[in-house]
Every structure is written in C-alpha cells, then in structure tokens.
Write a protein that binds this ligand. Structure first.
Ligand SMILES: Nc1nc2c(ncn2[C@@H]2O[C@H](COP(=O)(O)OP(=O)(O)OP(=O)(O)O)[C@@H](O)[C@H]2O)c(=O)[nH]1
Ligand SMILES: [Mg+2]
Length: 346
C-alpha cells in the first residue's frame, strides 16, 4: 500500500519521513528520494514461518512518500500528481513550537490547519470536475458520467469532500478514472512538541477526527527521528523512558490500515508464508483474486483456518482432526488472521 505524507510547509513532513524510514532499520529500502518501502511487522507471519521454514517469507509492504509542498501553495502540479498515486493521505498537522519555530499569529490551530487542507483538496477536485462538465455540456453529453460528475460537483460546491459522499458502485467506478483527491482516505498525524508527548493536547482535533471517523495519531517527529537513529535495543529503552507506548512506525502502519479498513489474511506452504492485505468485508472469491486471477476464475472452495488455532495445533493434520479447518464458499467474508488456501480448477 502507498501512503503520501502531506501537509503545509514546515509542519515536519520530512522529519517524519526520516523517522519512519529509520537509519539502522533492516527492511527499509529507499526507492528514490523521498520514497521508502518498509515491511509491515506481523508476529503471526513470524510464527507461521517458524512452523513452515519456507523458502520465502513475505510481509505486507507499505510505501510512504514525502510530498513536497511550496510556501503558500498547497497543491503545486507535482504534489498533486504524487497525491493522485497514493491510497492514503497522511496529513501532518503542526502542534509544536519552539524558539526556532515560533507559533504563527493566532497560535497553533491544527483543526484550522486541517480545514484549510481539506478545502484545498476539495477545490482541486471541484475545478477538475467542473471543467469536465463544461466540456461535456458543449458536446451535449448527458450520460452516466455527466450525472455522476453533477452529483460530485454539488457536494464539492458545498465544500463536502467526495470521501463523505455515498456513491453507488457504478458511480464509484466512473469517478475512479479521475483520481479525485478528496476521495482519498485520510490519516491525521498531529506532530506535537516534546512536552506534549503524553498530554492530550488539542482535544478539539480528537473530536473532529472521531466525528469524521478519521484515524488520528500523535507523535513528535523530531523525537522519533532521534529514536530512529538508535539501535533496536536502545530504541525500546528510549521509548519506555519517554513514556511512548508505540514507535512512530507502528502507529503510522496501524493508522494507515485503519484509514483503509484493511485486514490481513495469510497463505502458508513450504515455498512461501505470506501476508495479504484486503479491505474488511472482502469475500473469499475476491481474496482469491488478490492472490492470483486463476484462483478467482477457477475457484471451487477455500480451506480456512484461524491462524491462532493453527498455531496452537502445530500442524494442519492436527487442526483438521480437531475440526478447526473449514471449507468455505465464494461468499465467505474473510477475517483478519485467517489462513486461506484456495481449491481451484482452471
Ligand atoms: N521542536 C520540534 N521541531 C520540529 C518537530 N518536527 C519538525 N520540527 C522542525 O521543524 C522544521 C521543519 O521540519 P521539516 O520536517 O523540514 O518540515 P516539512 O514539512 O518537511 O517542511 P517543508 O518540506 O519545507 O514543507 C525543522 O527545523 C524541524 O527540525 C517537532 O516535533 N518538534
Ligand atoms: Mg520537507
């Protein structure tokens, strides 16, 4: 999955990027400047690998990208292009000030900052949709696309982001071609000062996040950047000392999963133990298609066992004899932690 790190200038985006990509961390792999891929830690995958000793172990991977903005210009063309390519927008909001970075006139106000960004995203979509509608009107086109865009524009005009509009499957399909940025799920990252690490600063941001159903994480990008330079053992000590319950990376991964409403299922075997991310509510047929299109085409049944059940039994044979292995059809809704094996025929 791909996450864009976005926000106003000087809010700590690049600091957060460096904290997440981490110096001494294995598994972090720089792709190009400002882009980094990490694997999503999952102890279930570790334990399953311990049982199978597979040739290969594959975790879900998460790529994050530092989206540069310009002073006074939230969405220059290259930033917009980057944003259109991500699944989740992590919006960094400023909650820190110090001698070098004094609070702006009127004080720090993450809620106002968020509203400003949201209206920037909404306006960008509005202009694109409106332009398209004008063109279609000239061509006298009144098809499903036209109707869908009208519906989108009527929300955007009221500054309601498309994320908050209920679209039918067909409408969503039409809109997906435009890659409207106000449809992208959000993760709010409140970058607090060191002294606010354990305080519930800015409760009004909490209220907004809860009201909108947007996941919110709090961290100090600067402290986390320092922590990321330490060895793994030192990191644990430091986090404890600072009273930080989870590392920035853990919070960020969890937040991105929440934003997408992703869960993980696993496939196992001597060749590979692998974790897959899918949206909650996905059925067995679509999950099979995520693994390989042949599995979807030739789907017969899925053998499913809960990961913890399997680990307790220690082997498939034992799990089967205990009746833990189930056969499920196409419509079965895959659950977090399912081990999934597709019987198929093509
Ligand atoms: N005190 C404090 N300073 C921070 C924190 N996070 C970032 N800063 C400082 O704020 C300044 C801006 O941080 P950057 O990470 O460069 O911010 P940015 O969002 O990437 O800025 P642009 O790329 O210019 O838009 C730097 O001097 C950081 O050291 C923090 O949590 N606490
Ligand atoms: Mg930067």
């Amino acid at each position: 999955m791909r996450v864009g790190i976005f926000g106003n200038t000087g809010v700590g985006k690049s600091t957060l990027f460096r904290a997440l990509s981490g110096a001494g961390e294995t598994g972090a792999k720089g792709l190009s400047a400002g882009v980094c891929t990490i694997r999503v830690p999952d102890d279930r995958v570790d334990r399953l690998s311990g049982v199978y000793h597979p040739k290969k172990t594959t975790y879900v991977s998460l790529t994050f990208e530092d989206v540069d903005t310009k002073e006074g210009e939230l969405l220059p063309p290259d930033a917009l292009a980057k944003i259109k390519g991500v699944e989740v927008l992590a919006i960094v909001l400023r909650g820190f000030s110090d001698d070098f970075h004094p609070a702006p006139a009127g004080g720090l106000d993450p809620v106002r900052e968020f509203r400003g960004i949201e209206s920037g995203l909404t306006l960008s979509d509005y202009l694109i949709a409106q332009k398209r509608i004008e063109r279609m009107t000239k061509e006298a086109r009144r098809d499903a696309e036209w109707t869908t865009l009208q519906k989108a524009v009527s929300s955007l005009e009221r500054e309601v982001p498309l994320r908050r509009v209920g679209f039918t499957g067909e409408e969503a399909r039409i809109l997906s071609g435009f890659r409207f940025v106000s449809r992208t799920p959000l993760l709010l990252v409140l970058n607090v000062g060191e002294k606010d690490l354990d305080a519930e600063a800015y409760p009004e941001l909490d209220a907004l996040a809860t009201d909108r159903g947007i996941p919110l994480i709090r961290l100090s990008a600067k402290v986390e950047e320092e922590i990321s330079q330490l060895s793994t053992a030192e990191q644990a000590d430091f986090l404890r000392e600072m009273g930080i319950s989870r590392s920035a990376r853990d919070k960020f991964v969890r937040g991105a999963f929440d934003a997408m409403d992703y869960i993980c299922f696993m496939t196992v075997g001597d060749d590979e133990v692998r974790a897959w991310n899918i949206q909650r509510g996905t059925n067995a047929l679509a999950a099979a298609g995520k693994i390989h299109s042949d599995l979807e085409k030739g789907f017969i049944r899925a053998e499913v066992i809960e990961c913890e059940d399997f680990l307790r039994c220690g082997s498939m044979a034992k799990a089967k004899s205990e009746g833990k292995l189930r056969l499920e059809g196409k419509e079965y809704v895959v659950r977090d932690g399912d081990i999934f094996h597709v019987r198929f025929n093509v």
